[in-house]
Design a protein around this ligand. Structure first.
Ligand SMILES: [Zn+2]
Ligand SMILES: [Zn+2]
Length: 370
């Protein structure tokens, strides 16, 4: 059989916002690898920052392993694909040729002496080599899931009776990160959950909290995003552009404060304020990262002390959280209907990136269909 090649969107590192479509040879499936045909790959906020040049993750990853040389990258990690080839030495895979699968992003070192890897938290491994950064990603017609990822169990089969669209299945990765964040927060029925930031991640936090029976308060600065988020029918909304966040939360909660707070935007002030709006024994998640050059926060330690407030972090997700996200999406418990707003062919990836990055536009999650 001849290698017909594949269409790929390369991100070139010479300047910001430089993406081009090229035809390259299809990756060769080694003995330990699995080759997937990509059905869809959604654009993550991180992809957007790499594209804009505000987040340089390419430095340590030069060149991508079994990639296409220096200076150009294939990014994209929210992948849904069909198994095309399984390497001869892949041990008892629980998926077969033709199966639809998703792929766990983080690939750990898998060394016995590495505690995160031993405990299955490959996202916490110091030598985490994520797919779509270190390894070539999903903005291409094919992706080679390489031996280290295969061995770790990165490939997860979609149940055969699933009727969920590929676009929605691509939301498993971001939802798995949201699950990771909420795993610490112990949200129970009837509790107030205040989320600041109505981007796709904040909205997914709202949907997940609603599925647990919480009362969701969503705060958002941008009027466009706020009005878009009203379609989701959460319990309360706060226009933080012209409202005092702390006061508004206290008013909505009869002065008690919110049981759970989730900072789903990279704004220091929001984290500082949300702490002041916490209820007794409240749980606060710093879900989003803070600006690298400005990550020091000013927090009132006595609120944490006297109110017994706990603060948690979250970064990426592990395999069990992927499986849980898949279960929630396939069962319809958490619907992605309103989250996925746009689908673009690979050739129009630049347009898709711009659409995703336009904070005044109406796009939430944008999906690429190679
Ligand atoms: Zn992502
Ligand atoms: Zn490790």
């Amino acid at each position: 059989m001849t290698n017909k090649g594949m269409k790929t969107a390369f991100l070139y590192i010479d300047k910001a916002k430089h993406i081009g479509i090229e035809n390259v040879v299809k990756p060769v499936c080694g003995a330990g690898d699995v080759l997937l045909r990509v059905n869809v790959c959604a654009i993550c906020g991180t992809d957007g920052r790499i594209y804009q040049g505000t987040k340089d993750v390419t430095k340590g990853f030069l060149p991508q392993i079994k990639g296409y040389g220096e200076g150009r990258f294939i990014i994209g990690h929210e992948i849904v694909g069909i198994v095309e080839k399984i390497g001869s030495e892949v041990e008892s895979p629980d998926y077969g040729i033709g199966d639809k699968v998703i792929v766990v992003t983080s690939v750990g070192c898998q060394k016995e002496e590495c505690r995160p890897c031993r405990e299955g938290n490959h996202n916490m491994c110091k030598n985490n080599h994520p797919i779509g950064y270190y390894y070539p990603g999903g903005f291409a017609e094919y992706i080679l899931v390489q031996d280290a990822a295969v061995k770790q169990g990165a490939i997860i089969r979609i149940p055969g009776d699933s009727t969920v669209s590929d676009e929605h299945l691509a939301m498993v990765e971001p939802l798995s990160c949201v699950i990771n964040g909420q795993d610490y927060l112990d949200i129970s029925k009837g509790e107030y959950v205040t989320i600041v930031g109505a981007g796709p991640i904040g909205l997914m936090h709202g949907l997940l909290a609603k599925s647990k029976g919480a009362k969701v308060i969503l705060a958002e600065y941008s009027p466009v995003r706020l009005s878009k988020s009203k379609e989701f029918g959460f319990d309360y909304y706060i226009a933080s552009k012209d409202t005092d966040l702390v006061k508004a939360v206290l008013e909505l909660t009869d002065g008690e404060g919110t049981d759970v707070g989730i900072v789903a935007c990279s704004v220091n002030k929001v984290a500082q304020e949300l702490l002041r709006a916490m209820a007794m024994k409240g749980r606060l998640s710093f879900f989003a990262g803070f600006p690298k050059e400005n990550s020091i926060l000013k927090l009132d330690g006595n609120i944490i002390h006297y109110k017994e407030v706990s603060i948690y972090g979250a970064f990426a997700s592990n395999r069990p959280q992927f499986k849980e996200a898949l279960r929630l999406i396939v069962s319809g418990k958490v619907s992605m209907d309103r989250i996925v707003t746009d689908v673009f062919p690979l050739e129009r990836i630049t347009e898709a990136m711009e659409k995703m990055l336009d904070k005044e536009g109406d796009a939430l999650k944008v999906v690429i269909k190679p």
